[in-house]
Design a protein around this ligand. Structure first.
Ligand SMILES: C[S@@+](CC[C@H](N)C(=O)[O-])C[C@H]1O[C@@H](n2cnc3c(N)ncnc32)[C@H](O)[C@@H]1O
Length: 367
């Protein structure tokens, strides 16, 4: 059993590893964006959905790097200080190896999750194997509990690499996503929602702690069939959905919903003056999405409180434009944050809150 005494695992004098899990396919993009943030780090192991970084001696990232200098690690779903790997044919063998590997620390929570691509939820044998591993670990580590961590809790992380191998590490729960195993949004899509965009927006609101207030007004560019608008309506907002396509009757009939059945660029700029939130979820090139938003938020008299935008990445190389997009948002007078959500596809979610003071320029995003 791991004696639970020290507040934190000791730093590794010979340097250590940082492990990041991500959407399958995002590994190169993740590494490209992380390496400059991790000065002098080297690339370590590489699997689908998982990349490790070798930290030089003396570099000791904060307890929760996602909350610190690595906040720009938009493609990391979870960041873990890695102890190493354990392998064995069964849970008991791997658990024994884990107990030898993990130093003494005040872990309160156990997070166990498979790296991407995750097996489908309906894959019963896989789910049962995970549940059995979790039970075996909790029996061997009686001080720990499974499930979402509480703020500040020290989490023992296990990433299931394959049937016989686990990666083992730790993090402290600080940012909303770091409370959940693997940074996965803990909710699934309720049956009465009209599209998966409901779940994506639900994760965006939770993950960025977006301060929506009942009675505020939101406009959504690309609103059909209406899942995201449905989530905004549930938060008590008045919603205008802009989309040439049809909105689901369930949403269209809502007394606080209005459909402007046209393209975003066909709406007069002065019609955007009353909105507190601009939400964008159009299935168009990300540069065009940025141009649409920029046209609105830089117009005279339009000064929404915040922006929540999905930026599609038609291919991973488009992530190279991310810093330019963030610079444009700052120039509009907003403080942007960006993350690849666990419920989304090959895209990022950008959330930006209005900065105090006047906007700086009317800069358009780089193409
Ligand atoms: C991914 S779907 C949006 C899903 C939607 N947010 C929901 O909650 O169900 C993308 C939508 O963008 C719309 N769209 C594409 N280009 C647009 C434009 N220029 N202006 C407005 N809507 C646009 C499409 O008609 C399509 O309905």
């Amino acid at each position: 059993m791991v004696p639970v005494v020290d507040p934190l695992p000791p730093p590794c004098p010979r340097g250590g590893f940082l492990l990041a899990t991500c959407q399958a396919g995002a590994e190169a993009t993740l590494a490209e964006r992380m390496l400059p943030l991790l000065q002098r780090a080297g690339r370590g192991a590489w699997r689908r959905g998982l990349v490790t970084f070798r930290l030089p001696p003396g570099i000791d990232p904060p307890d929760d790097p996602l909350a610190g200098p690595l906040a720009g690690a938009a493609f990391a779903r979870a960041l873990v200080r890695c102890f190493g790997q354990v392998s064995g044919a069964d849970d008991a063998t791997r658990t024994r190896a884990l107990l030898d590997l993990v130093p003494r620390a005040a872990f309160g929570r156990l997070h166990l999750w498979p790296r991407d691509p995750r097996p489908a939820a309906e894959d019963d044998p896989h789910g049962q194997r995970l549940a059995a591993s979790c039970t075996a670990l909790l029996q061997a580590l009686p001080g720990l509990a499974a499930g979402p961590a509480t703020t500040g809790e020290l989490v023992l992380d296990i990433v299931v690499d394959g049937p016989e191998r686990w990666w083992v590490g730790w993090h402290r729960a600080t940012t909303p996503s770091s409370h959940c195993p693997g940074g996965f949004h803990p909710r699934s899509l309720p049956g009465d929602k009209v599209s998966r965009a409901w779940l994506k927006l639900d994760e965006a609101l939770a993950s960025f702690a977006v301060p929506l207030t009942a009675g505020a007004r939101a406009v959504e560019l690309g609103a059909a069939p209406g899942g995201a608008s449905q989530r905004l309506l549930e938060a008590g907002l008045d919603v205008v959905g802009i989309d040439p396509a049809l909105v689901d009757p369930l949403v269209a009939a809502h007394p606080r919903f209005t459909h402007w059945r046209k393209r975003a660029r066909d709406v007069r700029l002065r019609d955007f003056r009353t909105f507190d939130w601009i939400v964008a979820d159009m299935n168009i090139d990300p540069t065009s999405t940025m141009e649409s938003i920029g046209r609105i938020v830089t117009a005279p008299g339009v000064r929404p409180r915040g922006i929540i935008a999905t930026l599609k990445l038609p291919d991973w190389s488009r992530a190279a434009a991310l810093d330019g997009w963030l610079a444009a948002v700052r120039a509009w007078g907003y403080a942007p944050r960006v993350r690849q959500l666990s419920t989304g596809g090959r895209e990022v979610c950008l959330v930006a809150l209005r900065s105090p003071g006047p906007r700086r320029t009317t800069q358009r995003p780089d193409p």
